[in-house]
Design a protein. Sequence first.
Length: 262
Amino acid sequence: PYPFFGRRLLPAVFFLFGELEAPLEERAGNELGMAMKCLAPNLSSQPYAYSVRFASSTISAESTSAATQVAAATSPLPKAITTTRRKALSAAASLILSTLPFSAANPAYSSSITDFLELPNSGGVRALDLRVGSGAVPADGDQVSIHYYGRLGAKQGWRFDSTYDHKDASGEAIPFVFILGSGKVIAGIESAVKSMKVGGIRRVVIPPSQGYQNTSQEPLPPNFFDRQRLFTTIFNPTRLANGEGSTLGTLIFDIELVGLRN
């Protein structure tokens, strides 16, 4: 199953080495999977087991045969992928299994790793607490401050925005601030934040129905071209007509609740 799950995990680490041309995407994922095999030969190891669960949680159910048809997927990547990208793939696999928040090796995060769970009354938002906070839980009407890292389920997990890239004059990251329950932000983020504690970090998979319903909902990428790319993907009329809406509009957010004011 290594190449299969490597392909599934590829979007989660694409930010490390940019986008590949579409014909190379699957084979890049295959190589990532095989790198994982070298790095984590023990299938029962906690980091690898979590990686598999994360990969499974971000895609719809696939036919059983898909996981078995991987023998032909272990051929080397074509020459179009440079040595730098090969190194990046290996680095990506290492990162998945060692330094990403869901790795048990990182003491800054919770040591009890569980499966994604659907949040109550969320419309299908699935969440995994990467770190459980120790502060207060917000309520409707509270002003909350969050950092987030947002990416699409489509376009190889393209990262469309991150508050860690928004800097003030002193170089500090600027959190995103909103009133909980105001309807200012997409429903999936509200559902995620409502049950978090300050200091916590949560990864959420947001279905299209709880994501962007129009181009005015926040959070919005500050860059015009990123906004255009985001919305032309989510609201692509041709692909929506082809029944691809569940893929186009799926969002993955890592959210850190950094503060609240009553």
